[in-house]
Each structure stands twice: as structure tokens, then as C-alpha cells.
Design a protein around this ligand. Structure first.
Ligand code: S3P
Length: 199
């Protein structure tokens, strides 16, 4: 049976982590509203199911964060010291763990994670789509823009990154169950669209 996870895929800097966190926040807010007048845990669960909130997500995890804690060092350092192949192997290990041990979770992923062979077994795949320029604009607008650029080894050379984007776009579309356009769109609307699509 397919697992009840949501996997967010897409290019570096498109906002996968931001959308994942916003989805959890949305579930918390809905939960609070529904809690009014409910006094037992059992009743609360029943009520949540009744209104369809069982499909909302309480936890968000990120594959790059998992890898960084596993290795106790930053992605940038892993790339610099061990090389990309070593990092891809850690992604594979993470994908196998997600399939065997994680459910009911929203999972944001590194931009290259979509290539994992078992991706479909982990959950529903949502591709967050934006143009390359839209992604650069989003990064530049962030208060910590410099750091956002610096921490991504594959975003150091704009020409190379653009080439990577062009190949990736078709592949993201190919593996996705659902495609959501995120360029210049309000975060709340993006969350709403995702929740609507997975119902
Ligand atoms: C990568 C994307 C990065 C990170 C690593 C490789 C990629 O994650 O996993 O630098 O291959 O696109 P973000 O998509 O969060 O930047």
C-alpha cells in the first residue's frame, strides 16, 4: 500500500522546505479550531477524521537536514571533502529509511533526490514548479540570500546551474504525481492547492 507521505521535489531554492513548514502550520491551525468543545483524545481523533483532517500533516522533515545530522557536517562540506557521489549515496540511504520507517509526514527533499529508485514507494510526489529566473529572484529576495547561495554547491556557477535546471525540469515532471506552480504565488494558496489536490 502506498504510504501517506507527501514528497516535495523541485529545483534548489524553489521553496520546498518553506512549503513543507507552511503545511504543518496549516494543520496545526486547523487542529486548534477543531479542538474547541472536544474533551477526550479519542473524540478528538474521531472528529479530526470526520472533517478530513486525518490527511493533514503534523510533521515536516527534510532530506538534506537528515543527511547533515547523520554526517554531523554541512552539505557544502560533504560535497567539498567527499564529492558528489558520496552525497548521492547518503541520499539513497535516506530514501530507503524513509520507505521503511516514515509515514504521515511531509518530506522536503534536496533538488537531486527525485532520482531515488524507490521514490514512488515513499509517498505522493509533488513537484514545485518555477522558472529558473523565478527561483533566482526568490533567493535574492530572502533576508539571508548570501547564505542561501553559498550553502548550495551546485548553484555556484549560474551557467552550469541553468543547464542542470533545463535537464531536471523534464525529469521532475516525469516523476511527479502532482505539479504545483509556485512562482510568484502566495504561500497560503500553494498550501491550499496541495491539500486540495491530495484529497
Ligand atoms: C542539490 C540540491 C540541494 C542539496 C545538494 C544537491 C541538487 O538541496 O541536496 O546541494 O542536486 O539539486 P536544495 O534543493 O534544498 O537546495
Amino acid at each position: 500500500m502506498k504510504k501517506n507521505n507527501i514528497i516535495l521535489i523541485g529545483f534548489m531554492g524553489v521553496g520546498k522546505g518553506t512549503v513543507a513548514r507552511a503545511m504543518v502550520k496549516e494543520a496545526e491551525e486547523d487542529g486548534k479550531l477543531e479542538e474547541v468543545g472536544i474533551n477526550s483524545h479519542f473524540q478528538e481523533e474521531e472528529k479530526l477524521e470526520e472533517v478530513g483532517l486525518a490527511s493533514h500533516f503534523q510533521y515536516a522533515i527534510d532530506t538534506d537536514d537528515l543527511i547533515e545530522s547523520m554526517e554531523n557536517r554541512a552539505i557544502k562540506k560533504i560535497f567539498a571533502v567527499e564529492g558528489e557521489a558520496y552525497f548521492r549515496n547518503l541520499e539513497k540511504k535516506t530514501a530507503l529509511w524513509l520507505e521503511s520507517s516514515v509515514d504521515n509526514t511531509i518530506i522536503s527533499t534536496g533538488g537531486g533526490f527525485y532520482r531515488q529508485e524507490n521514490l514512488k514507494n515513499i509517498g505522493t510526489i509533488i513537484y514545485l514548479k518555477s522558472s529558473f529566473e523565478g527561483i533566482l529572484k526568490r533567493i535574492k529576495k530572502a533576508p539571508n540570500a548570501k547564505n542561501k547561495l553559498k550553502k548550495r554547491p551546485l548553484l555556484q556557477n549560474k551557467k552550469e546551474a541553468m543547464k542542470l535546471y533545463d535537464t531536471r525540469v523534464k525529469e521532475y515532471e516525469r516523476v511527479a504525481d502532482i505539479i504545483v506552480d509556485v512562482e510568484n504565488r502566495d504561500l497560503k494558496l500553494i498550501v491550499k492547492e496541495i491539500l486540495g489536490q491530495i484529497k
